[in-house]
Design a protein around this ligand. Structure first.
Ligand code: LIP
Length: 291
């Protein structure tokens, strides 16, 4: 059977706004508490009542409308108990940027994606504090608030600058296992010009992988990379980046996108994106990433 992705996108946008309202109310002290609890004994990994409540709310609404679809959510997935199958599968991060949320730092988002046959086909990321909704479906572009085509300002990509003029988003993440920490810091060192790397103009750490992806789609940053993030952090953002003309790879410039790879690099769209431009992007990927 084929999926009506236009209807699914609209449903996902409405759903993101509903979940977003719960987040916004709590953010402004008018609903559930923003207080964080430590997850898995890791003080850098938090969960709040709002994460849990929003995931339950969103799953309930999806189940009612699409009872046959599968569900993967950050708060109900345990590291071993979920797999991505060929069925239509919703991938939800109820609050991406939970630490930001507990601090009332205004970069938080609800992220909702749909995968079908293991391909990401619809993505919605909504920042309810700034009231910015990013949405995309395969083949139909990426949009801000369902009205302005990305990237800014024209909906057309601008030339990609050399790496020493690039603004690069990254995240420190919550995984502090030595191997992950080492490769993350090595990549950061290279992007600072160390270890033979090319020095980028600047780095930005927003605290939300989903919103980092949206910044790439907007053209606000030239790229974003993270090591250790999960599928639900980047699933919706991946559709949005691609539909804004950008690419998402897994590092070392490889073309094979492993959806479960937990290492992601997104690069914004570039004008004249021919083969030459494509290989420049991949060269950038190799420069920035060392893993
Ligand atoms: C987190 C992201 C954070 C990223 C982590 C993590 P959560 O998501 O917002 O920026 O670095 O990998 O996934 O736990 O707040 O939904």
């Amino acid at each position: 059977s084929t999926l009506d992705t236009a209807a699914i996108l609209q449903f996902a946008c409405d759903l993101a706004r509903q979940g977003g309202q719960v987040i916004r109310d709590a953010f402004y002290g008018q609903g559930l508490s923003v207080e964080g609890q430590v997850k898995n004994g890791n003080p850098s990994d938090l969960v709040t009542l709002v994460d849990q409540h929003v995931e339950t709310l969103v799953f309930g609404i999806i189940r009612e409308r699409y009872p046959d679809h599968k569900l993967i959510g950050e708060e109900s997935a345990s590291d071993s108990s979920w797999t991505l199958a060929d069925d239509p599968t919703w991938i939800v991060d109820p609050v991406d940027g939970t630490t930001n949320f507990t601090q009332r730092f205004p970069f938080v988002a609800i992220s909702i994606a749909l995968a079908y046959r293991k391909e990401l086909v619809v993505g919605v990321v909504y920042n309810p504090v700034l009231d910015e909704l990013y949405s995309a479906r395969q083949g139909h572009g990426a949009w801000l608030n369902q009205s302005t085509r990305l990237p800014f300002p024209t909906g057309q990509p601008a030339p990609l600058p050399p790496l020493n003029q690039c603004l690069v988003g990254f995240e420190h993440g919550s995984d502090r296992t030595p191997a992950v920490l080492d490769s993350r810091l090595a990549s950061l060192r290279r992007s600072g010009g160390g270890e033979g790397g090319a020095q980028v103009r600047g780095v930005r750490v927003l605290g939300s992988g989903a919103l980092d992806m949206c910044m790439v789609a907007r053209g606000a940053t030239d790229m974003y990379w993270e090591i250790g993030s999960h599928l639900w952090d980047i699933a919706a953002g991946t559709v949005i980046v691609r539909e804004a003309g950008g690419i998402v790879v897994n590092g070392r410039g490889g073309d094979n996108f492993d959806i479960l790879g937990r290492k992601y690099l997104a690069i914004r769209a570039a004008a004249n994106d021919d083969d030459a431009e494509h290989s420049i992007k991949h060269a950038l990927a190799r420069e920035v990433l060392t893993y």
